[in-house]
Design a protein around this ligand. Structure first.
Ligand code: RP5
Length: 172
């Protein structure tokens, strides 16, 4: 995206990127300018802290952080910024994301991280949550969010209608 980014997606490793495609897609679909960085709480602690400290003055409004294992990225970013921070636990072996979920969700009172579920579904919800926050003050994003919900409802209702037809026809 060339427009000035207002959402930043941080990932603890480039290996997280394939699981984050849904977040990029939703931000693109909603016309929300974003940027992305590989920054690690453990492997690049200084760069991660400095990104967090400068984010607000650089025009970032929301930071999404994806990390696996001992997933401290979202918490460290939240420690250095008062922007809304959304955490996505990544599923890694051997504990499949439960480790990252607990590391991310168990923030001490005073430094919140809005943690979504692990993996690709969490990535989509992180972007939708960012859109909901932005929709409070951006009517274009608000309209897109409402259209997204309507379309989703239609998709489920048409799947239900198809299921009823299959039941009636004795196919199930
Ligand atoms: C975390 O460790 C990353 O966010 C990633 O989910 C996990 C494994 O990283 P790599 O060893 O693949 O770089 O910090």
């Amino acid at each position: 995206m060339s427009e000035k980014a207002i959402v930043a997606i941080l990932m603890g490793s480039k290996s997280d990127l394939p699981n984050l495609k849904g977040a990029f897609q939703i931000l693109s679909d909603f016309g929300i300018p974003y940027t992305a960085r590989v920054l690690s709480a453990h492997r690049t602690p200084d760069e991660a802290a400095s990104f967090a400290r400068d984010a607000e003055k650089n025009g970032i409004k929301i930071i999404i952080c994806a990390a696996g294992m001992a997933a401290h990225l979202a918490g460290v970013i939240a420690a250095h910024s008062t922007l809304p921070i959304i955490g996505i636990p990544m599923a890694c072996e051997p504990f499949n994301g439960l480790d990252a979920l607990l590391a991310m969700v168990q923030m001490p009172p005073g430094i919140p991280v809005a943690t979504v579920t692990a993996g690709p579904p969490g990535a989509k919800n992180a972007a939708l949550l960012a859109a909901s926050i932005l929709a409070l003050s951006d009517s274009a994003v608000n309209s897109k969010l409402k259209a997204f919900r309507s379309k989703q409802t239609e998709t489920v209702l048409s799947a239900d209608a198809a299921l009823q037809e299959e039941l009636k026809a004795g196919k199930i």
